[in-house]
Write a protein that binds this ligand. Structure first.
Ligand code: SAM
Length: 279
């Protein structure tokens, strides 16, 4: 692996999260989570293809999106023997699933996600959840804890709320740093995520509830009234009126609100004509 990287002139980039899977048993284990050989798969960041080749070899429709141009070029060659496999160059966040898989089918998303794009990649995937059957994503263990965190805990944040509104999450297994080159400092976790709508909510309410979570959890030590005023760019009085409408105590901290409480806040915000505007 080190030799291939040297030959390609690639020095693993921290910014792009380039810790490549070097243990073929882990790649086979992840591929084994998708037993149907014809299930279409989208891979985010194939790197040197440890997982891609396992997945494409069955002859399934397979698209991999890679941002690093040298790796993309290399992977184009590696995927050439598989007629239903395709490499797309660029930032996955600049693409849409309908353009990568124009047939309208539901697909499985896989990826060993770089830390720097974990949050936007999850928003990208579950923002198009009508096209996603499920996702198997490897993330840093600490990040996995944030994704399933409960209100009031240190790990709970707006991405926990976003995911609870849009997906079910299950731990599959843990992967130790020794399975990668170069070796990262922390363990990783493979998660299975299945799109689902938080019960009793509309798409508009879920989007607004995510917005409320981002606005209220931006500054941890502030009261809910203050952080909401700042996050939505509202006068304090208007933020307090919004909270009164949602029957929420303005001196609580944003990070103590449960998902149903963010939904109530979102409904009050929609009822009041979306003060502060935006999505
Ligand atoms: N999947 C490979 C593996 O497991 O060995 C590589 C994983 S490595 C952690 C992350 C990969 O994602 C790298 O190849 C990196 O260049 C690529 N990448 C980083 N940001 C990306 C983005 N925004 N869009 C597409 N690929 C990206």
């Amino acid at each position: 692996m080190a030799g291939t990287l040297r030959a390609l002139g690639v020095h693993p980039s921290k910014r792009l999260g380039q810790n490549f899977l070097s243990d073929p048993r882990v790649a086979r284990r992840i591929a084994g989570l998708i037993p149907d050989p014809l299930e279409p798969v989208l891979e985010i960041g194939p790197g040197l293809g440890a997982l891609s080749l396992e997945l494409a070899a069955s002859g399934r429709p397979f698209v991999a999106v890679e941002l690093d141009l040298r790796l993309a070029e290399y992977m184009e060659g590696e995927l050439r023997p598989f007629p239903r496999a395709r490499l797309v160059r660029g930032d996955v966040l600049d693409h849409r699933i309908e353009e990568l898989f124009p047939g309208g089918e539901r697909l499985t998303v896989v990826g060993n996600l770089p830390y720097s794009i974990t949050t936007p990649a999850l928003e990208w995937i579950f923002g198009q959840k009508e096209r996603v059957g499920r996702a198997f994503l490897m993330v840093q263990r600490e990040f996995a804890e944030r994704l399933t965190a409960k209100p009031g805990s240190k790990e709970y944040g707006s991405i926990s709320v976003f995911l609870a509104l849009n997906a079910g999450v299950q731990n599959c297994f843990r992967v130790s740093p020794g399975a990668f080159h170069p070796r990262p400092e922390v363990d990783s976790t493979v998660l299975e995520m299945t799109p689902r709508d938080y019960p009793g909510t509309t798409g508009e309410e879920r989007d607004a509830a995510s917005r409320m979570a981002r606005a209220s959890m931006g500054s941890r030590r502030k009261t809910l009234a203050n952080s909401l005023a700042k996050g939505l760019d509202l006068p304090g009085e208007e933020a307090r009126a919004l909270l009164a409408d949602a029957r929420l105590d303005p001196v609580r901290r944003g990070e103590t609100l449960s998902v149903p409480e963010f939904v109530s806040l979102a409904r009050a915000w929609i009822r009041r004509g979306r003060p502060g505007g935006g999505r």
